[in-house]
Design a protein around this ligand. Sequence first.
Ligand code: LMR
Length: 344
Amino acid sequence: MLRSIWVYLVIILSLSLSGCGNRIVDKQQVNKEEKIIIKFSHVVEENTPKGLAAIRFARLISERSKGSIEVQIFPDSQLFKDGEEFEAIRRGDVQMIAPATSKVSQLFPQWQIWDLPYLFSDLEGVHQIMDGSLGKRLMEQLKEKNLYGLAMWDNGFKHLTNNKHPIIQPSDFKGLKFRVMSPGILQEQFNYFEAKAIFLPFNDVYDALNEGQVEGQENTISNIYTKKFSQVQKYLTLSQHGFLGYAVIINLEFWNQLPDNARELIENTMEEVTFWERDIARELNKQQLEEIKKLNSVSIYSLDEEERRKWQGQFRFAYTKFEKENGSEFLNEVKKWNEGQEIK
Ligand code: LMR
């Protein structure tokens, strides 16, 4: 209870300090010539783990640099939507983005490791793998496209919503049309069970669900709640079938041109905000599930441990496909890490 109150206070404080989430620098303190501006674009609402962490990062950087570094945040696809962000950072229209790892996999297919259904049994495990050698090697790949990975944030596990019928097992996907955030494994996981999977940008999903272009989608509670998918979907299956994480990325050329002390400040602050983001992700997803329950308009089915184990078995084909296309190095590492662990 105390923790919930604390989280709400932090959210309110973060939102009020940020104004619209854009300019938060005291211009009196800075010399215009020396000021470093970092435009940070992302696609989700402010009241989400990514949205709040971006605000916190901007505020701390402004305070600690005494206004000489200004991080301007453009949330909710205001500036660029999915599919435009990578091009925008390449052109230098923005300097920072934080796309879902699934979207990074369009550039680097091995990033699909994060999409494999039921590969990760709990978030502690995901974080350890992200921060360990596997995560670092994936981040290193970004440099090939003039990108530098500052951190990996998370938004917890994904669940399924649709407006046709309850989904109790994967065979219930049959005949439904689902939105996915990326082609590849995410599409396959539905196609395999004779469902259609349509790849759409995040900010088109509400309309697509509302107008019947798609009947279902997979996402975290935080995205389902803040984007109001819960208002246009009848069934929610708490499946925890996949993980949604983010790569926080900065343009490499821009990064290399920053003074050493600016880079040090950004990296240290990012590390601190990353721990905070992971905590807030867990809390927000819990709280926002309670908000969805209060709506009373969504019928919720929660898979138990045994059902999740069965689903995991039925999704094995995705692991084989990943291995065939991306080699076994990464998958074997995660499997080794998982040895002896049960699905939670
Ligand atoms: C989605 O497209 O559903 C998510 O990747 C959005 C996000 O950034 O959380």
